[in-house]
Write a protein that binds this ligand. Structure first.
Ligand SMILES: Nc1nc2c(ncn2[C@@H]2O[C@H](COP(=O)(O)OP(=O)(O)OP(=O)(O)O)[C@@H](O)[C@H]2O)c(=O)[nH]1
Ligand SMILES: [Mg+2]
Length: 820
């Protein structure tokens, strides 16, 4: 029986001593003379001796005419017919596959024991090592184990190494030359492949060898003009002689063996699967196909979900799969930050617009965008022809021309893709609360104007008219009280007219008599009783009073009249018109009027968002959608009671809208102990946020009265309020308080409101660990309030989705309301 030759020592190596070495890697056929065997004996194929290729030592690698492959002794397989290149490749492939199967169950130790002295094996095995290593953690523990192995147990390599010319090899040759054996393979250490990555030197034969710039990372030869192949991970570049030694069989494409298992450098993603000229010179067509396929499809070379952020949230791997397998997957996706607007279905790269206070933007379906909670359009993403051009080049989606400003087109998409995510048939309840004068009743009234066909009945309107007239007389009374005070102060200080009891706050006897009567009636609480009968009668006197210089001088000092509301001027200027019988309050009058909404009890209004504002679509089904029914419940601060206890009855509320008047930062409370109004609002906010009933409820903070805030900041710094004492605005050199349209610099008021928003956000997060939604409004501007209420609707939808989100829509969990 013939024993097959397992390995033949290279030509030129000393003859092995069979008796002393069990590790000698060769054996000879001997004749079998035992008993007959019951099985078929494999037969040796007759060999044509002349056709046996003979291994010979090839000249050093400096002879690069045949590439590095020919630098090692080679034993070619015995062939029964003339060599066919495709058959050879097929054999190679089979061999590789077999080897792979074998090595799948082999420990790294046996894997390392490959023989670098045979070219074929080195090429094939080194690649397989890479793939085996992939499944093994490349940690230092395994290195220690390997390095600590008893050398005797490891296959002896010295005899092979000694046959290799030190010139042609790397560290192996050097080790052999010095007659010592280092650790066989040092993972992650470039010595394993003889690679120099970062440093300009490497140790070779105990001496530091400097790598010239542009030279091969392995053999250190060549210049930057030498053709090289680069590793997709570390960018180490290898010359034609070293590519296969450094990269093996490339199971993940062009990567150094030590880089296998690592993700590629993102800037090289575009090169995936694109074969270089150098590879074409070295590999057969079939091999190239395999390597390129592996490079493109192997898992480690794919875009990693953790590198993708959508609306500020990292994608989960399942979401990544969902994204890539959707009907219209985004092409040329790169790691990075993206925004996605679920309403319009548009997406794009995060723009990173530089703005103070990190504001957020709404992107409307028509491509216009505006700052969160603000009215003014900041720009239009489809405005420039270049945007469309770039989109078509990069196959990015852009809206069809037929889209209109309200985004009907986008909303068809929404209604199509919007899941029936919540089958609740209940009202969506919104609780509106805030400190005294924050503007809750104004917002409540705005909701009526915006969403009710008949906001107020005839009777209600009659009551409002009377209220406005009474209020006007009350304001007048407050002014008259103030006038008396200022007159007395003036006389006491001796600032009156010389030799006279009069000063600028003095009025004539007729008006004085009317003033005294009015103040008396107010003090006795009978003012309401004499109206409206008295209204027409006294109207000329009221007009005369308002136009009197003393009253105007008093009105100038309105800020010193704490009880006089800001709105007093609005009505007092028109007091004659208001006093008339035929007076009909306008919408603005109703909005401005105090007391229209009860300041003690609850008020609620049910409404649907008008169709055009819902989502732009006029779909009849949408009209019937119970999800679109909302109930706004206004709770006056006065009625909140001690510790807001009775808020428990609002446990089914979906969203709390907390309203704060921005201009309260320098005001003192009219109610309760003397305290800054903003701080009082903050305490109320803390109480409600921490209320156990609302521990799962979302909050929207409305920063109201932005118009008054803007005016006030010009006179009174924000820092007068203790809570805002570290406000340090960036002042524009040119127009400190107004919007600089060229530079897009935020105004002082914008900076200040963002600062306040952040203060509240931090406070909220510290109390709940959640995120506070914030918007800014001018309560008297219906568009502004409408935007805030739509935002509230968006939050409810969004949070509902997050709460009930069916797994098929789990991708939505990475998005947020478009404005946030
Ligand atoms: N200029 C201006 N005035 C506003 C704004 N919002 C509300 N107001 C006025 O501020 C006053 C108080 O607003 P309300 O809505 O009554 O405040 P409230 O929260 O109901 O407070 P109470 O009535 O004390 O419970 C009213 O005269 C409103 O017209 C705003 O954004 N700008
Ligand atoms: Mg009110």
């Amino acid at each position: 029986m013939a024993t097959l030759i397992r390995r033949i020592p290279p030509i030129g190596s000393p003859a092995p001593d069979i008796s002393s070495s069990s590790s000698v890697d060769c054996s000879f056929a001997v004749e079998y003379d035992g008993p007959p065997v019951p099985y078929d004996i494999p037969r040796a194929i007759p060999i044509d001796v002349d056709r046996i290729p003979v291994a010979s030592i090839v000249a050093s690698s400096s002879d690069s005419s045949v590439g590095g492959l020919s630098s090692l002794p080679v034993v070619q397989p015995i062939l029964s017919s003339p060599p066919d290149p495709t058959a050879a490749t097929k054999k190679k492939k089979k061999k590789r596959e077999k080897k792979k199967e074998e090595e799948a169950s082999v420990s790294p130790t046996s894997v390392i024991a490959f023989d670098p002295s045979t070219d074929e094996l080195e090429h094939d095995q080194s690649g397989e090592i890479g793939s085996s290593l992939k499944s093994e953690p490349l940690d230092t523990r395994s290195l220690e184990i390997l390095d600590g192995q008893d050398d005797d147990k490891l296959p002896d390599r010295t005899s092979m190494e000694s046959s290799v010319s030190p010139d042609t090899d790397d560290g192996y040759g050097a080790s052999a030359e010095h007659g010592k054996r280092g650790s066989l393979v040092t993972f992650q250490d470039d010595e394993a492949t003889g690679t120099i990555r970062s440093g300009p030197t490497r140790m070779e034969g105990g001496a530091a060898v400097e790598r010239k710039k542009g030279s091969c990372y392995r053999c250190l030869k060549g210049s930057r003009f030498t053709e090289k192949e680069a590793c997709l991970v570390c960018d180490a570049k290898y010359c034609i002689n070293c590519v296969l030694k450094a990269m093996g069989s490339m199971p993940e494409g062009r990567k150094c063996i030590t880089c296998i298992g690592h993700p590629i450098e993102e800037s090289r993603r575009g090169n995936l699967g694109k074969c270089s000229r150098l590879l074409k010179k070295m590999l057969s067509e079939l091999e190239i196909q395999q390597v390129m396929k592996a490079e493109k499809t192997c898992e480690n070379n794919q875009l990693q979900a953790e590198c993708m952020f959508v609306n500020g949230k990292q994608l989960y791997p399942e979401e990544m799969v969902l994204l890539q397998t959707c009907p219209n997957p985004p092409g040329r996706l790169k790691p990075g930050r993206y925004w996605y607007d679920k309403v319009s279905g548009f997406w794009g790269e995060w723009a990173g617009v530089q703005c103070a206070g990190n504001p957020h933007f709404w992107v409307n379906a028509d491509g216009s965008y505006q700052e969160e909670g603000q009215k003014n359009i900041r720009g239009h993403i489809w405005g420039k022809p270049i945007t469309r051009l770039i989109c078509s080049i990069l196959s990015l989606p852009f809206p069809p021309k037929t889209i209109n400003a309200r985004g009907e087109e986008a909303n068809k998409v929404t209604s199509r893709t919007m899941p029936d995510y919540i089958e609740q048939k209940t009202l969506q309840k919104l609780l509106l609360v805030g400190w005294h004068g924050a503007g809750t009743s104004t917002i409540f009234k705005q909701a009526k104007f915006l969403y009710r066909a008949v906001p107020f009945s005839e009777d209600e309107l009659e009551g409002i008219k009377l209220m406005i007239q009474t209020n006007a007389y009350n304001y007048l009374g407050m002014l008259l009280e103030g006038r008396e005070r200022f007159e007395e102060e003036c006389l006491a200080s001796g600032n009156g007219n010389q030799g006279s009891e009069k000063n600028i706050y003095s009025i004539g006897p007729r008006l004085k008599a009317f003033s005294d009567w009015l103040l008396k009636a107010m003090a006795s609480g009978s003012l309401e009783a004499i109206f409206p009968a008295a209204t027409r009668e006294y109207a000329p006197l009221v007009e005369e009073l308002w136009n009197d210089a003393a009253i105007q001088a008093t009105y100038e000092r309105k800020s010193e009249l704490q009880s006089l509301p800001t709105v007093a001027g609005y009505f007092l200027k028109r007091v004659v018109e208001i006093s008339r019988m035929e007076y009909q309050p306008s919408d603005m009058d109703i909005l401005q009027a105090d007391g229209v909404t009860s300041s003690n009890g609850l008020a609620s209004v049910d409404f649907l968002f008008p169709q055009l504002e819902i989502d732009g679509g006029m779909d009849a089904e949408e009209k019937l959608d119970p999800l679109l029914r909302y109930q706004l419940i206004r709770v006056p601060a006065k009625g909140l009671g001690e510790n807001c206890k009775w808020l428990e009855m609002f446990e089914d509320v979906r969203l709390i809208i907390f309203c704060v008047a921005l201009c309260d930062y320098d005001q003192q409370c009219d109610y309760g102990p003397a305290e800054n109004k903003m701080l009082a609002a903050k305490s109320l906010f803390e109480n409600i946020v921490s209320h156990s009933t609302f521990d799962q409820t979302d909050f929207l903070l409305i920063l109201n009265k932005f118009d008054l805030f803007e005016q006030k900041l010009e006179q009174t710094p924000l820092t007068v309020c203790d809570w805002f004492d570290n406000f340090n605005p960036v002042r524009s050199l040119h127009q400190p308080n107004s919007r600089n349209t060229n530079n897009k610099e935020p105004t002082l008021a914008e900076q200040a409101y963002l600062y306040i928003a952040v203060k509240f956000k931090r406070l909220y997060t510290s109390l709940t660990g959640r995120r506070l939604y914030v918007t800014v409004t001018n309560g008297l501007d219906s568009d502004s309030v409408g935007t805030s209420l739509r935002y509230a609707k968006e939050i409810i939808k969004w949070e509902g989705r997050a709460l009930f989100g069916a797994s098929e829509y789990s991708v939505y969990s990475t998005t947020e309301p478009s404005s946030y």
